[in-house]
Structures are given as C-alpha cells and as structure tokens.
Design a protein around this ligand. Structure first.
Ligand SMILES: NC(=O)c1ccc[n+]([C@@H]2O[C@H](COP(=O)([O-])OP(=O)(O)OC[C@H]3O[C@@H](n4cnc5c(N)ncnc54)[C@H](O)[C@@H]3O)[C@@H](O)[C@H]2O)c1
Length: 254
C-alpha cells in the first residue's frame, strides 16, 4: 500500500508504539521525522524500516521544550518540503510506580505528567499546525489511553493528562475542520511491546486478558499503527473529532 506517498509526517515519541508507527508510515510511502527526548531510542526505530520505504530522519525532541519541537517541524519542512501530519505519541509515566490515590499524590509528579503529556501535545500542535495549514490541510493524531475513561483508584495524573488530550483534539478538529485539518485520538488498551513485556510478567498478561473480550492475544504496536495509517491517509478523510479505542474491546463506549 502506498496510501501515504507524498506525505510528510512528524512522529513525536518513539519507543514500542512509536517505532511501529514510523515503520508503518514509511512503509506506506511517507517521509517521516521521528523525534524523541531519547535520541538513541529513536534511532533504534530505523532498524525496523522496510526496503523501498519513505525516508526517515531522527531528531531530539523533548515534549517539554518548545524549541526542540519547533526544530523538528523545521527539519521536516526543509528536508521534505512541508508537513502533512503530526502524530503526538510520547508520554511521561512518572506516576506509574507510585500507585497512590489523590490524597497521597505528590504535586511535583502531577506537574511532570501534565507538563509532558498534556502541555507537550499542545506544544506539538502549536508548532505543527501552521505548517499543516500551509499545505491546505492534513491529519493530527494524538495517542491517548484507555486510562482516560476507565475507572481506577490510582494514577490520577496519567488519566487526567490523557483526558486533557481528548479536549485538545476536539478543539483542533472543530476549529480547523473548515481548513481541511482532521484531528483524532487513538486510545490503546494494553499493547505488549518488548519493553513492556520485559517490565511485566505472566500475572500482568493474565490480568490484561481477563478484562479484554478478545482472548487470543494482547494488543500489538501493529494494531495502533494500522488504525493510525488509516487516519493519516485520505481513506480516513471523513473521520475527525473521534476517540478511537484500539483495545480488543476492553472498553466499550457509545
Ligand atoms: N503500551 C501500552 O500498553 C499503552 C497503553 C495505553 C496507552 N499507551 C500510550 O502509547 C504511547 C506510547 O507508549 P509506549 O507503550 O510505546 O511507551 P514507550 O515507553 O515504549 O515509549 C514512550 C516514548 O516516549 C519518549 N518520551 C518520554 N518523555 C518524553 C518527552 N518529554 N519528550 C519526548 N519523548 C519522550 C520515551 O523516550 C519513549 O521513547 C504513550 O502515549 C502511552 O501513553 C500505551
């Protein structure tokens, strides 16, 4: 498939899911700039590229540093002539190990998670949108999480930051729909890539399966990339303003 040929996409955030996003976008013909705070992590994504793919450039992009995001956008425009798509994908999981409720929540952890996940996605939008508008429109995708709408006694910052992204998406989709800009959220369930598998065990896998109607397997980065490639492509041209769960049915919302 070459649904993305002639498109340039900025993927902000590598890692388990981001690396597969880049592989898929490039395999479908896009030129991609991949930015991550950990440039080395981003470079490992280059190893997964297929022959005949679009070009991929890697740069340092820190979601809490607007100047580094501006530079990544600039790189896409100077090297590839403009920008058609943004996929904001990075996340801070700074509250992950705490497992505390709101009463015990340290505010510096709250600030860090919101600064990277919510403010960072806003910064990416502010940097990329003018260039997407200059191309006559395009597609913006934000990676969220089922945590944004699931009941949970812990990790308020992560869930709050992801819910904030949904609101950001709606404003962008509403305000810039008339400019041919589409904005959507992809909300993954448990996506078992290598580093998550390494950090967890059988108990975690069984817990994840127990809350998912599809029992044959857990989610894979390819599942997120398949939905995202559709949303980036013209085949997704009538889809905007949506939170799309890719989670084997572990959440079901009207
Ligand atoms: N894997 C899952 O089960 C799952 C489930 C729900 C949602 N998600 C979401 O999917 C996205 C990707 O998650 P993943 O599982 O691939 O995680 P990951 O840890 O493999 O990748 C996250 C990447 O974000 C980068 N990053 C962290 N802080 C950054 C910053 N300030 N600026 C730029 N880059 C930064 C890290 O270096 C890392 O490469 C995240 O938004 C996450 O919330 C993942």
């Amino acid at each position: 498939m070459d649904r993305l040929s002639n498109k340039t996409i900025l993927v902000a955030g590598a890692g388990g899911i981001g690396s597969e996003l880049v592989r898929r976008y490039a395999a479908e013909g896009a030129n991609v700039v991949l930015g991550d705070a950990n440039e080395k992590a981003a470079e490992t994504a280059l190893g997964g590229l297929e022959k005949g793919s679009g070009r991929v450039l890697v740069t340092r992009l820190d979601g809490s540093d607007g100047a580094s995001i501006d530079k990544a956008v600039e790189l896409a425009c100077t090297e590839f002539g403009g920008l058609d798509g943004l996929h904001a994908n990075f996340a801070s999981f700074a509250d992950g190990l705490l497992q505390v409720g709101v009463l015990d929540l340290p505010l510096d952890i709250y600030d860090e998670v919101m600064r990277v996940n919510a403010r960072g996605f806003l910064l990416c939008t502010q940097a990329a949108l003018p260039r997407i508008l200059a191309r006559g429109g395009g597609s913006i995708i934000y990676t969220s999480s089922g945590a944004a709408h699931a009941p949970s006694p812990v990790r308020a910052p992560y869930a709050m930051s992801k819910a904030a992204i949904h609101a950001l998406m709606r404003v962008v989709a509403t305000r810039h729909g008339p400019d041919n800009v589409r904005a959507n959220v992809v909300a993954p369930g448990v996506i078992l890539h290598q580093s998550l598998a390494d950090a967890t065990g059988e108990e975690f896998r069984q817990w994840a399966l127990s809350r998912t109607p599809i029992k044959s397997r857990l989610g894979r980065p390819e599942d997120i990339a398949a939905m995202s490639a559709l949303l980036m492509s013209d085949e997704g041209s009538y889809i905007t303003g949506q939170v799309i769960s890719v989670d084997g049915g572990s959440s079901m919302r009207p």
